[in-house]
Design a protein around this ligand. Structure first.
Ligand SMILES: *[C@@H]1O[C@H](CO)[C@@H](O)[C@H](O)[C@H]1NC(C)=O
Length: 362
């Protein structure tokens, strides 16, 4: 992460969003991440990520294996793919360092093999940690955001299944209709190599994001596809970073139907306030190619930023859980899941804690 003074974020496409806002019932049905998931020592989602995970180290491989295991074990309907690249770095002494991005995708089932027809919401975080200081954990940067995205995938999985089953039953799948707005997919992108190995430059940073954006731009879909490439299929790129410290400067309540946009507007406002600067992060190679970006990042950055204090002990778990459910709510609304949340969920209706069971202020 680095602050710089270049350009402003482009205007965001608020008017392009056509979905049913989530009812209070649906918002309430969003599961709140449990201690079993987000405990920093034992949490099934978070704890395995809270270790140094510098690219091409055993820690990095272990965290990647954790993600793969999570999806294959709990969310088998998600399609997993790797996007690999190599690059020398200022500290690699000429050696090509491998970078491995993991992409988990759920598209409507009737689009099997027709990736060119799907518009995707991409939820993104980087999983690598900084080389220095030695032993750096990067709990907010971005272990917690990665855990949040796993939680989001899990929160929406069965609702997506139900929604698409209902649509197929109404014969709105392949052949039955052609509405582009119905071909919505959800993608979780876990990026490698965001951090600089030495000093942040355009070449020493964003290794994974640069490789993925370039590859996806060049991966052209068959002629007549709605979307030219996997890059074009990204309707919105939502990047989570530096989340998990207490008291981030964001609104506390999301009662209006456009809560996500109020949050967005707030972030945008503060970005503009940063001397007209913006924040250089994994969205850059995508934004440069015209992808619309929503950046969930606090301003100011957490005070633990790039220090040894950015560890599990310094996370504010209530905030981590809030972000997870807020992101899930945003994604659920984007995916038009009103009416499909909350029934037959893993764990059962009424079990576990739900958003709204307690009031935690961000
Ligand atoms: C990419 O890297 C991962 C992790 O090392 C490996 O499992 C996978 O086979 C690689 N994929 C390709 C296409 O090389």
């Amino acid at each position: 992460m680095k602050l710089t003074t270049l350009l402003l974020l482009p205007p965001l496409l608020r008017e392009a969003i056509a979905y049913t806002t989530l009812s209070a019932t649906s918002l309430h049905a969003l599961p709140l991440a449990t201690d079993d998931e987000f405990n920093i020592h034992t949490g099934t989602l978070l704890a395995p990520i809270l270790q140094p995970r510098v690219p091409d180290t055993p820690g990095s491989a272990a965290v990647l294996a954790h993600f793969v295991n999570f999806f294959t074990t709990h969310l088998p309907d998600w399609h997993l793919s790797f996007q690999n690249s190599t690059s020398t770095t200022p500290t690699s002494h000429g050696k090509e360092v491998p970078f491995v991005n993991l992409i988990a995708t759920r598209d409507p089932p009737w689009l099997d093999g027709q990736g060119g027809e799907v518009a995707r919401l991409a939820l993104v975080a980087h999983y690598d940690s900084k080389l220095t200081p030695t032993g750096f954990i990067g709990a907010t940067d971005s272990a917690a955001p990665c855990a949040m995205l796993l939680h989001v995938a899990q929160s929406l999985d069965s609702a997506l299944t139900r929604k698409w089953a209902a649509m197929s039953a109404e014969d709105v799948g392949a052949g039955g209709y052609g509405g582009v707005e119905d071909h919505k997919g959800l993608q979780i992108i876990l990026l490698d190599g965001e951090e600089a190995f030495q000093t942040w430059t355009h070449t020493d940073s964003l290794y994974g994001a640069r490789a993925l954006a370039e590859e996806w731009e060049g991966a052209v879909n068959p002629a007549m596809s709605t979307f030219r490439s996997p890059l074009d299929s990204i309707e919105l790129f939502v990047l989570l970073d530096l989340l998990g410290s207490a008291n981030p400067v964001v609104p506390s309540y999301f009662k209006t139907t456009h809560w996500a946009y109020q949050l967005l507007a707030d972030v945008e406002q503060r970005l503009r306030a940063l001397n007209g600067g913006y924040i250089e992060d994994d969205h850059i190679p995508f934004m440069a190619r015209g992808v619309e970006i929503l950046h969930f990042i606090p301003s100011p950055f957490p005070h633990v930023w790039h220090t040894m204090e950015d560890d599990g002990e310094h996370l504010d778990i209530a905030t981590v859980r809030d972000w997870a459910v807020i992101t899930a709510g945003f994604a659920a609304e984007w995916m038009d899941l009103e009416g499909f949340l909350g029934e037959g969920k893993a764990g059962g209706e009424g079990k576990g804690r739900r958003w709204g069971d307690e009031k935690t202020e961000l």
